[in-house]
Design a protein. Structure first.
Length: 182
């Protein structure tokens, strides 16, 4: 059995013209080229902002990577600073003053001796930070006998226990009774 396709309506052009109403004749070669040209222009116009964004990101990444690559080469002033820090680190290993002259050493000894005499700190290393040990003093109730203090502490403990029980009862959810309201 043979199907007759001569009277069959053209579905593709109808669908195309419903999507692109200002398109030219779809069936002619010129219409197809101009339609393809318009579609290509629309696609390029839609993709152009994304392309510009990609170009901008590539430029930024190139700028950052160039700065990172140059980070190893310091300018002369930075290099001098880094060299001085390294030199100081090697000189200060002994724990003494760095590049101290005899005059500086004698001035330090004189000032430490003066501090020992002024504060009576013989045999104490004045160059170290002191260790501080603080203890809280025991608080006493003025004018109360020991029996009164015990009674008062018992009353305070009982009041705290009652308050804790009251808070626990307030936080306890009510018991569920399935037969309630029947």
């Amino acid at each position: 059995m043979r199907v007759d396709t001569t009277n069959k309506p053209e579905i593709i052009p109808t669908l195309y013209f419903s999507l692109f109403p200002d398109a030219e004749d779809f069936t002619s070669v010129e219409g197809r080229l101009s339609t393809f040209d318009k579609m290509l222009r629309q696609a390029v116009q839609r993709l152009l902002p994304a392309g510009q964004c990609l170009v901008q990101q590539a430029q930024r990444n190139f700028g950052v990577s160039a700065a990172v690559a140059q980070k190893g080469n310091l300018d002369p002033i930075q290099q001098l600073f880094v060299d001085k820090i390294r030199e100081y680190r090697t000189k200060s290993v002994g724990g003494k003053l760095v590049d101290a002259t005899a005059e500086t050493e004698t001035a330090l000894k004189d000032s430490l001796a003066n501090l020992e005499r002024a504060y009576g700190a013989k045999g104490v290393d004045m160059t170290q930070f002191p260790t501080l040990n603080f203890t809280d003093p025991e608080l006493v109730w003025p004018g109360l006998t020991p029996e009164q203090v015990v009674k008062m502490n018992e009353a305070v403990d009982a009041a705290e226990e009652a308050e804790a029980a009251q808070q626990a009862a307030a936080q306890e959810p009510p018991k569920y009774d399935p037969w309630e309201g029947l």
